[in-house]
Design a protein around this ligand. Structure first.
Ligand SMILES: *Cc1c(COP(=O)(O)O)cnc(C)c1O
Length: 384
């Protein structure tokens, strides 16, 4: 552990950069950023080869391969990938059942409404796990449902949804399962086939630790035929995007060349860390340290332990009349450490993510700095 940590650190980060304890963009290695430091034409054969390899490597990470499964790169942020799937996959005669317990889930419904896609929602509190019986009863009562959507980690709170169980229900009722794995793919081992996932969406700049620029969709190839007839957007047309990549190997419109070059190196670095299991291990250690030390400082968590991911954690604002998140954030920012505001509707929280090129000593540095900032702001917390 110690050795590998030192090894990575030697070529690791730009020392002047701030540390991002945010759920994307994340702190990236110097070598990942350096890979983007080049001018390359988008139909250069080197670039086309990289894109092909990246698409294959993504499938391998999800334990599947072409031609049974396919991988499509969608330029833009994560939402572009999610919108590409929702707007391409579900016909006006079909229906989406969306399982919602946070802001990312609500966004999926918003996309469906904008594209006039028939929609049913099961809405839970933001600190509540879905009820499997209720999902089944929705599927029994509403035969027109063709697709079920769920968010793996609700990055808005840090809640981890039970996608294996939901996938099992989808398999039994023969529904297509759409998973927003934006904040988990690369750090949670997800087998598309075992979990019966029809479409998985993730992105370049979260747990794979690349730079922002694109998202990607991993899907069963047989579903592309259905997508072919549901064109609701030119730039987000999943079928047409796949067709371009699969025939000429080129993007239909200008690709995020630099983000893809950086991503290729990020995938190499994921591999050297021991793949998804290696990364999961580092993030889990980071998270356990964060949670344990924050609790010692007197912070309460928004979610109970069995709901939490090891990606991002929501902490309640301290019950102290003088606590101001803006001041707390600004003080930490001035010391080079960036945390995130909360995203829960009815609770006052802030969020700390422990993904990206962050190691236990970075978490410790954040904790020590938080302790100092609380002292400076004269906020005394009672140890829990
Ligand atoms: C990051 C993220 C998205 C996409 O957000 P963008 O700002 O568009 O990148 C969607 N869902 C989840 C769960 C996310 O973490």
């Amino acid at each position: 552990m110690k050795n590998s940590e030192t090894k990575i650190l030697n070529n690791s980060r730009n020392t002047k950069d701030k540390l991002l304890f945010t759920p994307g963009p994340v702190t990236t290695s110097k070598t990942v950023k350096e890979a983007a430091n080049i001018d390359l034409e988008s139909n250069d054969s080197i670039f086309i080869t990289y894109v092909k390899q990246i698409r294959e490597r993504l499938l391998t990470l999800a334990h599947v391969e072409s031609p049974e499964y396919e991988s499509v790169i969608i330029p833009g942020s994560g939402t572009h990938g999610v919108e590409s799937v929702i707007s391409s996959a579900i016909s006006s005669k079909g229906m989406l059942l969306n399982i919602v317990n946070g802001a990312n889930g609500r966004r999926i419904s918003k996309i469906a409404r904008i594209h006039s896609i028939p929609l049913l929602e099961i809405i839970y509190n933001e600190n509540q796990l879905p009820d499997f019986k209720e999902i089944e009863s929705f599927l029994k009562k509403n035969r027109q449902i063709t697709h079920v959507a769920a968010v793996h980690c609700e990055t808005s709170s840090g809640l981890l949804n039970p996608i294996a169980e939901i996938g099992e229900i989808c398999a039994r009722y023969n529904k297509n399962f759409i998973v927003d794995a934006l904040s988990t793919f690369g750090a949670y081992d997800i087998s598309l086939k075992e979990l019966n996932i029809s479409y998985l969406i993730s992105g370049s700049d979260k747990c794979i630790e690349g730079i922002p620029g694109f998202s990607y969709v991993l899907l069963k190839r047989s579903l592309l035929d259905e997508c072919k007839y549901q064109v609701r957007s030119l730039s987000l047309d999943l079928y047409d995007q796949w067709l371009g990549l699969n025939t000429t190997g080129e993007f239909r419109f200008r690709p995020p060349v630099h983000a893809l070059l950086a991503f290729n190196v990020a995938l190499n670095e994921l591999e050297s860390e021991g793949g998804i299991n290696g990364r999961a291990e580092r993030y889990s250690v980071n998270n356990a340290l964060l949670v344990g030390e924050m609790r010692e400082l007197g912070f309460e968590m928004y979610l109970s332990a069995q709901m939490r991911s090891y990606i991002v954690t929501s902490f309640m604002f301290p019950h102290h009349p003088d606590f101001s998140f803006e001041k707390f954030y600004t003080h930490l920012n001035e010391k080079g450490l960036i945390i995130s505001p909360g995203k829960i509707n009815k609770s006052d929280c802030f969020r700390i993510a422990n993904i990206g090129q962050l190691y236990p000593h970075d978490i410790q540095k954040l904790i020590d700095t938080i302790e100092g900032v609380l002292y400076d702001l004269k906020i005394e917390l009672v140890e829990l």
